[in-house]
Design a binder for this molecule. Sequence first.
Ligand SMILES: O=P(O)(O)OC[C@H]1O[C@](O)(COP(=O)(O)O)[C@@H](O)[C@@H]1O
Ligand SMILES: [Mg+2]
Ligand SMILES: [Mg+2]
Length: 335
Amino acid sequence: MLETVSSIETTHVPDALRPTIEALAKVARNLSYTIRRGPLGQSLGHAVGENTDGDAQKALDVLADDAFASALGAAGVRWYASEEREEIVPLSEHGRFALAIDPLDGSSNIDANVSIGTIFSIYEAKGDSYASLLRPAREQIAAGYVIYGPQTQMIVTFGAGVQTYLLDPETDTFKLVEATKTIPEGSSEFAINASNYRHWSKPVRAYIDDCLAGSEGPRGKNFNMRWIASLVAETHRIMSRGGIFLYPGDDRPGYGRGRLRTVYECAPIAFLMEQAGGAATDGCDPIMSRTARTLHERTPFVFGTTVKVDRVAAYHDLPDHEVSALFGNRGLFRA
Ligand SMILES: O=P(O)(O)OC[C@H]1O[C@](O)(COP(=O)(O)O)[C@@H](O)[C@@H]1O
Ligand SMILES: [Mg+2]
Ligand SMILES: [Mg+2]
């Protein structure tokens, strides 16, 4: 029904990438429609298996992955890497791009009608599939996400700022609503899954302790906490009003390098953050300087307003006696 309508305004999209972005937008538009229909349409939130990382795969994860893979072959994509597939898949021999995707982010939220999303990252393709995608994140030529929330929006960068497109329900087209998105300074919000507190390293605990101490602690002001458990929704909130997100490594089995995946979750969000004036690190070093060694590799992930992200890195540089001190004695971080 929606196939014939143009999917996105492409004035800001580089010519070579237009077919790819149009195909992404077309699939996202159809997914948005499927998600909005919820139980009136296909069953979306039930588990259908496990992906390579051992995460439960929901029906919507698989449906989204199949839809993107079948649309992108005819849209300039040579190599397709997905959270839902163990290996990189060849799509079109003559395609110019390599694309990595988290087709459906935040799957645990499908049944709860909370915002979910799609995250993608694009490189120039090389002859070898893995060499095309396991390379410095700074070599990305485009990255973005789609948020399926009260509004469906696509946020994208081609290396010259960040653009926001809104899916207009009246025309079924993604329309440009913001040509240069920048992260506001001054938010007092931090996002972390605090149920893992006892598993965190000392620097992460110290950083959060100092936020929780509020106006009585070394920061001298109160903070607010958020945790949606949809990376895309957290990213969008930070893009819209600032703040910081942390998913650190912790000492639970399998979580030494956190939960989030470098290639199709963290690298694209890091690119967007930098282009919007923010920052993204693994707690210490920029994600954009990293090269993933494997397709499904995880990384600790900290992103948001630059001064806040830098502050987390500074906690990692503190000597042990400072980081272990009660906040009242941690002299370096008095606001
Ligand atoms: O349940 P946890 O450990 O808080 O993890 C939540 C994180 O997991 C994710 O859902 C992982 O993404 P997927 O749904 O694509 O596997 C993120 O969106 C979110 O930030
Ligand atoms: Mg995800
Ligand atoms: Mg996913």
